[in-house]
Design a protein around this ligand. Structure first.
Ligand code: GLN
Length: 198
């Protein structure tokens, strides 16, 4: 049995919980650091990355989240969650978790495109994935260890690096659970791998 946590400090938390449950797995809202010990993988939801960071600091989540990732546990960052995972943010000093080797730009699609939908090809996931973008970031550049999974108009909008997965859009806002299922597969693989190591 796989248990997937959703960081529940701010943002689109419930929708992710429902999508994990629709996929037949157990989902928990993570509001306390100790809960990180009870989950096999974690979703960082969309919302507002600056607000989320403020709450991460307030509840002393930063180091425990980094350690969770550094231990090889899978993390899936969507929209604001993608920004939290990056190790470089355009026009900004510093970063949040810095677990993925990539540069991201916040609100990157411009004001006239505050929110929009687009059909994407996502490597290993789908050729016809309808994605919802809301004040979305994109990925400008990735390091050698990062695998680009999807682009939209030349911008990188989904990628993975080892146990980490990220998307510029909101997979939880549609009924298409293929991307979360891809993440769950990653968790299953990492569980096997971590068991062998233990
Ligand atoms: N623009 C937001 C940020 O910078 C992200 C938007 C979202 O998560 N929908 O954090």
């Amino acid at each position: 049995m796989i248990t997937v946590g959703v960081l529940g400090l701010q943002g689109a938390v419930r929708e992710h919980i429902h999508s994990i449950e629709r996929s037949g797995h157990q989902a928990v809202v993570v509001k306390k650091v100790e809960q990180l010990n009870e989950i096999d993988g974690l979703i960082l939801p969309g919302g507002e990355s600056t607000t989320m960071r403020r709450l991460i600091d307030k509840y002393a989540f930063l180091e425990p989240l980094r350690q969770f990732g550094e231990a090889g546990k899978p993390i899936f960052g969507t929209c604001a969650g993608l920004i939290l995972l990056a190790n470089k943010i355009t026009n900004q000093e510093g970063y949040h978790l810095g677990l993925m080797d990539m540069t991201v730009t916040r609100n990157a699609f411009g004001r006239q495109k505050e929110s929009f939908e687009a059909t994407l090809q996502i490597e290993g996931v789908a050729d016809d994935y309808d994605a919802v973008f809301i004040r979305a970031p994109y990925i400008n550049a990735v390091g050698a260890g990062v695998n680009v999974l999807s682009t939209y108009q030349g911008a990188i909008v989904a990628a993975e690096e080892g146990p980490f997965l990220c998307a510029s859009f909101h997979p939880e806002l549609t009924k298409d659970d293929r991307l979360v299922q891809y993440f769950i597969k990653k968790i299953e693989e990492s569980k096997k791998h971590l068991q062998v190591k233990a």
